[in-house]
Design a protein around this ligand. Structure first.
Ligand code: ZN
Ligand code: FE
Ligand code: FE
Ligand code: ZN
Length: 269
């Protein structure tokens, strides 16, 4: 079995993950993965924005740590990316980040609905109780559409992160996310099957099967990511993610090199 690449890996530079790239590479090799990619939480222009990402001055160290893993594990293909937060107004900063290094890909993620609230932050979970769940979901889907519409990202991260804590709205979620998926398709932006959701209260891959069906109907391509924050999460639940992708009719996923997408067939069973 040739596993698809795991393109969503974190490092200790983000202050809430364990395991340097070389340690994650050891794990990937032992699982038989041939390709992985790092996408640690990118800096914000304001170093004090929050406490769960690398600072702007740490980008060079990040690149160097990934380079060290490449040198030590020549048998692995190791990509270098970033998980970049999208908020309206950050576009110039994101362009600046994109120009800092020839990244293989940028994952655009919505965590913040506004500058004060990251909807997936366990420390801010109580904020959910002040607001209507459907309103939050609709706002999240609209923000993802805006992220896709920047055209700055190769991959959209954890499409329905708003389900993380198990908050489920009434209503047809697919209609809320359809504009985002149509926009992604227009820009050639992929989405990821992110298995971290299986490790959270929602107990489900991001995105849900319904949203993955929608993505496929819209012609949006996929990648795979464990969102590993420690070595033993590398490649986590890839069999389940592959099964889901096949069930909704995907036959291929994307690899990225220097921002260029290369479709590859999903492994045969
Ligand atoms: Zn993280
Ligand atoms: Fe994220
Ligand atoms: Fe992540
Ligand atoms: Zn993530």
């Amino acid at each position: 079995m040739t596993w698809p690449p795991d393109y969503h890996l974190h490092t200790p530079l983000c202050r809430h993950a364990e395991g340097w790239p070389v340690e994650l590479a050891v794990r990937a090799r032992s699982l038989g993965l041939r390709e992985i990619g790092f996408s640690d939480h990118a800096p914000m222009p304001d170093a004090g924005f929050d406490d769960w990402r690398m600072g702007p001055e740490e980008l060079d160290r990040y690149v160097a740590e990934v380079q060290r893993a490449r040198t030590e594990f020549p048998e692995l293909t190791i990509r270098l990316g970033l998980e970049v937060d999208y908020l309206p107004g950050l576009e110039d900063w994101i362009r600046e980040l994109a120009a800092r290094h020839p990244w293989d890909y940028l994952i655009g993620s919505v965590h913040y609905l506004d500058r004060e609230w990251a909807i997936d932050n366990p420390a801010q979970k109580e904020r959910w109780s002040d607001r209507d769940v459907a309103d939050i979901w609709r706002a999240y889907a609209e923000r993802v559409r805006q992220a896709a519409d920047t055209g700055l990202f190769h991959i959209l991260g954890h499409l329905d992160l708003c389900k993380k804590f198990g908050h489920r709205p009434e209503g047809d979620v697919r209609e809320w996310f359809r504009p985002a998926m149509e926009t992604a398709a227009r820009h050639g932006t992929a989405i990821e099957l992110n298995t971290a959701g299986l490790r959270k209260e929602c107990r489900e891959i991001y995105p849900s099967r319904d949203l993955l069906v929608l993505a496929r109907e819209c012609g949006v391509a996929i990648t795979f990511g464990s969102d590993a924050h420690k070595p033993d999460e590398v490649g986590a639940d890839f069999p389940a993610a592959l099964a889901l992708a096949r069930e909704v009719g995907y036959a291929q996923s994307l690899r990225f090199e220097a921002g260029r997408a290369v479709p590859v067939p999903l492994p045969s069973r």
